[in-house]
Design a protein around this ligand. Structure first.
Ligand SMILES: [Zn+2]
Length: 318
């Protein structure tokens, strides 16, 4: 969603000797807070991506309701009741149960990969699988300049860890209209190339979810408008007017037409916002001036057969 204030990263990259993989005693610790026992293993305070990259604790000290501990408590409580099945969104459509409640766990990584890794780890140790949508215009993914996109190769390290170690799904957090309109990137070529790169490297990208870029509010479009099926979902209601540029977007008096595609053009099996559910919660919704969180809903009120999608933005959690 709208994260002008979140355009900074909380990831700390520790530079060590790159190759060969160093022996523990040869690693020069740039942060005195790191101890050798953190190398190669994850803890609440640090996540080991590889020898060049360890995510260290970074307390944002905000609302205690939005802490990883609170989030984990929620997972433990629901797991204990044995009434819920957690699935990543690529399994959501196919998962029906007459005696359980199906919960699709969606996480928009946005600009903060470190927080996503922390949340992912809490889920993993509770046997919960979820989907993490990587943002193609975020700094951990690429450098964006007019007509060019330069991918950061280490994005694969995060994806591999999430998918292969933590057993989560990797999705595409679509900022494609932004790439087209703001950066003049040929998105068809770009997306084809990126997905081939990810898939050839073993990352199974099956779905996308659109990102609410800050540019959407400036130039009045939604990234969803890149898809032909979006024609049935033009924004109406209170948001109408904010995102009315469905076909073309004007920047400094120059109008650019939005190129449109089918999901299948890129081998996507689903778009997260179009999955059928009877409850949808998001940590960016507000009720009575309070941001929605898991404690605001009586989870016992759900009935077997209910289908729920919970969207969180790890960047908003501590
Ligand atoms: Zn987003």
């Amino acid at each position: 969603m709208r994260y002008l204030s979140l355009l900074f990263f909380v990831i700390i990259i520790i530079s060590c000797t790159k190759t060969p993989v160093p022996e523990l005693e040869n690693i020069e610790f740039l942060e005195s807070s790191i101890s050798p026992h953190q190398i190669g293993k994850d803890e609440d305070s640090s996540i080991f991506i590889n020898y060049n990259n360890i995510i260290l604790e970074h307390k944002k000290n905000r609302n205690a309701l939005f802490s990883y501990d609170k989030y984990e408590e929620f997972l433990i409580t629901l797991n204990k009741s044995d009434r819920f099945i957690f699935v990543p969104l690529n399994e959501f459509d196919q998962t029906y149960s007459s005696d359980k409640i199906v919960i699709g766990m969606r996480h928009d990584v946005d600009y903060d990969i470190a927080s996503a890794m922390r949340m992912a780890r809490r889920e993993y140790r509770n046997g919960v699988r979820a989907t993490y949508y990587f943002l193609n215009t975020a700094e951990y993914y690429s450098d964006n300049k007019i007509s060019t996109e330069i991918r950061k190769p280490y994005v694969l390290d995060y994806m591999n860890k999430l998918q292969n170690e933590y057993k989560h799904e990797i999705g595409w957090h679509n900022d494609l209209v932004t790439l087209q309109i703001v950066y003049n990137v040929d998105v068809e070529k770009y997306l084809t190339k990126e997905l081939a790169y990810l898939r050839n490297n073993g990352i199974r990208v099956e779905g996308s979810a659109y990102h609410g870029s800050e540019f959407c509010y400036i130039y009045h479009y939604l990234n969803f408008y890149i898809w032909k099926p979006a024609s049935n979902h033009i924004e109406t209601g209170p948001s109408w007017g904010l995102f009315q540029n469905f076909d073309s977007v004007g920047i400094n008096g120059v109008y650019k037409k939005i190129k449109k595609f089918d999901f299948s053009d890129f081998g996507f099996k689903y778009e997260a916002d179009l999955l059928k559910k009877n409850y949808f919660f998001a940590d960016v919704f507000y009720f009575n001036n309070k941001r929605w969180n898991m404690t605001m809903f009586d989870w016992n009120s759900l009935k077997p057969g209910d289908r729920v999608i919970v969207l969180t933005h790890p960047a908003l959690w501590d």
